[in-house]
Design a protein around this ligand. Structure first.
Ligand code: CA
Ligand code: CA
Length: 289
């Protein structure tokens, strides 16, 4: 089962018409455009030429039968396939060197099965999904904004082999995803990773009695709680509080002891510091619980 990149949305919203309906347990391929809707085709295509109404397309939404409000959607990322080139752009006012950037620049990077070629520097692939989420319960949320429903989380742990747990806020969950990166550093300080088209294979499963804090990533080795907020401190606090709750759910530790455990072995990391809400995450090795 497959959703083509003809089915894109720019807002996670309960009123979006499903592109495909599947049963829980199904495996689905999402074909994705890059975050500029594949409109940046050469290094002459600068930021000022980009139609910002067409930025951050997410493919979908996928309606999962049996997903009811209050359930959790487990999204296992089976595979990410990338196009053979990606793009990074900047312009005055964008990213965390904003004041120092005087001119627009676009760089197109060849991408092999193993590496990104950035101006002759060979960077190992670090594939990831930037935008992935379910529909929120109230008003729609632009696909450029991360929040409790997921969205533009730009979290490098959301990659092949990981599972992402998302809230089901509306019937069917309405999962959508896009904004692949061939590589991105934590923080995404210029506001872009290596933006690239591709396709993502996921398996979706509805969970009825899942009590861990959301959104949550599980890898082979780590639990990863995620917090997004317009304020840096608040974003990091959400990630920390969520991990404290996860630890208490999975152990007999008190809140104070959960904090101590995080202080000993947890890593607080900025996922991205450039979107309308910034995103922090707390990573805890699974083998301590
Ligand atoms: Ca992004
Ligand atoms: Ca991006």
């Amino acid at each position: 089962m497959r959703i083509s990149s003809d089915h894109i949305i720019f807002e996670m919203n309960q009123i979006n018409t499903p592109a495909l309906t599947v049963k829980s347990g199904s495996t689905v391929v999402f074909e994705t455009l890059d975050c500029f809707s594949n409109t940046v085709k050469s290094e002459e295509d600068l930021v000022s030429s980009i139609d910002f109404s067409q930025v951050n397309p997410a493919t979908g939404p996928l309606f999962v039968e049996g997903a009811e409000i209050g359930d959790v959607l487990k999204v296992t990322i089976d595979a990410i396939k990338l196009a053979d080139h990606g793009v990074i752009v900047t312009a005055p006012g964008l990213g965390r060197l904003a004041d120092q950037v005087q001119v627009e620049e676009t760089i197109i990077c060849p991408v092999s099965d193993t590496h990104v070629d950035f101006k002759g520097i060979q960077i190992p692939l670090r594939k990831m999904i930037g935008v992935i989420g379910t529909a929120p319960s109230a008003e729609g949320i632009n696909t450029g904004t991360p929040d409790a429903h997921g969205g533009n989380l730009d979290t490098t742990r959301i990659t092949e082999g990981a599972s992402l747990y998302l809230p089901v806020n509306v019937e069917g969950a309405l999962l959508a995803l896009g904004d692949l990166h061939a590589t991105m550093g934590d923080g995404e300080i210029m506001g872009a990773g290596l933006e690239i088209a591709g396709e993502v294979t996921v398996t979706v499963e509805v969970l009825k009695d899942f009590t861990l804090p959301l959104p949550l990533v599980e890898t082979d080795d780590f639990w990863v709680t995620i917090g997004s907020h317009q304020d840096f401190e608040e974003a990091s606090q959400i990630a920390i509080n969520n991990m404290a709750n996860l630890i208490m759910e999975k152990s007999d530790l008190t809140l104070i002891q959960a904090g101590m455990l995080m202080s000993l072995v947890g890593n607080l990391i900025s996922s991205q510091v450039v979107n309308p809400n910034v995103t922090f995450r707390m990573e805890l090795p699974k083998d301590v619980l």
